[in-house]
Design a protein around this ligand. Structure first.
Ligand SMILES: Cc1cc2nc3c(=O)[nH]c(=O)nc-3n(C[C@H](O)[C@H](O)[C@H](O)COP(=O)(O)OP(=O)(O)OC[C@H]3O[C@@H](n4cnc5c(N)ncnc54)[C@H](O)[C@@H]3O)c2cc1C
Length: 592
């Protein structure tokens, strides 16, 4: 069973991602280390003792649509109410609306633990938090006063309604229609698909944020508006009024996250309400809806990245426990009685260490991204620099961590052998659950395009170059530490950073010359190259912090394993970026 790794998380936050410096400099207000530790420990306890035991139930039972209502798995409603009772829903929300205004770093760490307990469960609150952020930044005072306190407390949940059958990655073609009414409200008509937690039995009301198009809107992404569309209208005194004209038509049957209801939502077919059309209220300005969504998109993408880290950690814990119990054959050098535990076999140890390194590397990248988000909110000269850093890191955190979630969960199945393929073991659930994270909230392919075409050119390329220079300082510090345990870490990290530099320069030149086909052919390879180089750098940074603590050298050993076993891949990835486009173009005809 999953046990939240609170100490590891706390170490990574403070000594790798930058929280210790932020606390010391006062950038996080009067937040102190004691409070950080207390919050992490309680979030971890909740994940371990309350969420994780209900993860399997959710997977087996799933959510069901019965007579138009969604019934969630046994125990999940109480779990949700215990969770909001702990105040967790409003961790980062503004105090004005009942939130705790705590840093993003704490939030992502807590999210990791809840998602590891059950990704399907934690996904619901992730959407509510995204809706809170969009409403808080762009909603009118009246809308905020009516909806935010209850969404922040978790009394009502929120959803994001972007996707339509023909509009996924390209939202510019969405068709859901909005009509103006004389009283300033709107009526919404259309169908949305894949809406996470679009209907459920946790709360009395659900607040949908819906993208739709006005009749006179320009075509494409510049003609999309954002509306708040509640399941039940809200009376002037805050009580619930009439049922709005929307409903959940069906639930998807999915590969994983069975507990999370994925809904097809119908708006405005006249089933409910006096007048046909779901009542909606504009958020922000007409035709500026996508821009409103984009302000919260970075945090939502990071939140999905945390799901990858979460699954990777849970899968690693399970695989290590199994590999210590399961005995087969005799490992080279095994001197014990009978067969050796499979963890003694070099190939199994290789798998487990790869799982550990990917988990800790993607955790560090995601937390570093959250640190940059927090620092970007601190007023002062450095805010713009940190905002660029979080922009640059977001696609890498989302894609590398979610790919790691899949890769690690797949290795976890492999470590279990045949038992990994059997559902009762639980290793398969992690693989099934993990598989959606590289797809939603912008596919990882879309993240790679964002990274190469929008993030690398930030400050004319100066930001990414400066970042790589910072990473080189880690390699130098490893070299200067003279710790034998690091082995070839410094040299391997330097070589990986050379590959990253070469690929970055090539892409910057290609993008600025307008050679988009060439640049995008290698975008995903580049994204992985960046993630791997960061993994090498951040594991080494953790090792350096451990060395100065004078404790045992486990972090140094893992850093060396990653550097000497995994970083060699960066050279092949660089080649794919720099020389892969021509062969891809030449082979295109093979696909017909
Ligand atoms: C379980 C689940 C929950 C979801 N929850 C929500 C939710 O709550 N709200 C919501 O609005 N949506 C939700 N979604 C939808 C999800 O965000 C979309 O599935 C995702 O954005 C991809 O869109 P698509 O499925 O239409 O794929 P497509 O956009 O058709 O993409 C198919 C493939 O083509 C690639 N591709 C597409 N365009 C390009 C391009 N320009 N360049 C390169 N490659 C490209 C993609 O990377 C992908 O590999 C959910 C989906 C699932 C399965």
């Amino acid at each position: 069973m999953y046990k939240a790794p609170v100490d590891e998380i706390s170490f990574t936050l403070k000594h790798v991602a930058g929280m210790a410096g932020a606390l010391e400099s006062g950038a996080l207000g009067d937040l102190g280390e004691d409070l950080v530790d207390a919050i992490l420990s309680e979030a971890g306890r909740f994940a371990t003792e309350e969420v994780a035991p209900l993860g399997d139930v959710g997977d087996r039972q799933g959510s069901r649509l019965v007579d138009g209502k969604v019934e969630t798995p046994d125990g999940w409603r109480d779990l949700y109410h215990n969770w909001i009772g702990g105040g967790w829903n409003g961790l980062t929300a503004p105090e004005e609306f009942g939130g705790q205004n705590l840093p993003h770093m704490l939030h992502v760490a807590a999210m990791e633990m809840w998602n590891a307990g059950s990704m399907a469960f934690a996904l619901g609150p992730t959407l509510t938090m995204g809706a809170v952020e969009a409403l808080e930044k762009h909603g009118s005072e009246a809308l905020k006063a009516t909806y935010l306190p209850k969404m922040v407390s978790g009394e009502w949940t929120g959803t994001m309604n972007l996707t339509e059958p023909h509009a996924g990655s390209d939202l510019g073609v969405l068709k859901t229609r909005a009509e103006r009414r004389d009283d300033g409200s709107y009526r919404i008509f259309g169908q949305k698909i894949f809406i996470t937690w679009g209907e459920h039995d946790f709360t009395d009301n659900i607040v949908h944020l819906v993208l739709a198009r006005l009749p006179d809107a320009p075509a494409g992404t510049r003609g999309i508006s954002l509306f708040l569309v509640p399941k039940f209208l809200v009376n002037a005194d805050g009580s619930l009024g009439e049922r709005n004209d929307l409903f959940c038509h069906s639930l998807e049957h999915k590969l994983g996250i069975h507990g999370s209801p994925t809904c097809t939502m119908i708006y405005g077919d006249g089933r409910f309400g006096a007048e046909k059309g779901a009542v909606g209220y504009l958020i922000g300005e007409e035709n500026r809806g996508l821009a409103c969504m984009f302000t919260m998109m970075n945090n939502a993408r990071l939140a999905v990245g945390m799901q990858g880290v979460a699954i990777a950690d849970a899968a690693t814990q399970k695989a290590i426990a199994f590999a210590k119990e399961r005995t087969q054959g005799k490992a080279p050098g095994w001197s014990g009685q009978g067969m050796s535990p499979i963890i003694e076999h070099p190939d199994v140890a290789r798998m487990l260490l790869t799982m550990k390194a990917l988990t800790q590397g993607s955790r560090a990248i995601a937390y570093a991204c959250a640190h940059a988000v927090d620092m970007g909110h601190v007023e002062g000269d450095s805010a713009a620099y940190w905002q660029e850093r979080s922009s640059l890191l977001t696609p890498i955190a989302k894609s590398f961590a979610t790919d790691a979630g899949v890769d690690v969960a797949s290795l976890g199945v492999q470590v279990h052998g045949g038992m990994g393929f059997i559902e009762e073991t639980g290793a398969a659930r992690y693989l099934r659950d993990a598989r959606i994270a590289p797809i939603y909230e912008g596919t990882n392919g879309i993240q790679a395009i964002d990274l190469v075409t929008r993030k690398l050119p930030l400050s004319g390329g100066a930001h990414v170059r400066g970042f790589i220079a910072e990473l080189r300082e880690i390699a130098s510090a490893v070299s200067a530490s003279n710790r034998e345990g690091f082995g070839q870490t410094a040299a391997r990290l330097d070589a990986a950073l050379d590959d990253l530099t070469d690929a970055t320069e090539w892409l910057l030149a290609a993008v600025s010359a307008g050679q988009l086909s060439e640049a995008l052919a290698g975008a995903t390879a580049y994204q992985r190259l960046f993630g791997l180089a960061l993994t090498g750098a951040y594991l080494a940074k953790g090792g350096l912090a451990e060395a100065s603590d004078g404790k045992d050298e486990q972090r140094i050993a893992l850093s060396r394993f990653a550097a000497e076993n995994m970083l060699a891949e960066t050279s092949a990835l660089k080649d794919r970026v720099v020389t892969g486009a021509d062969s891809l173009a030449a082979a295109r005809a093979v696909l017909g």
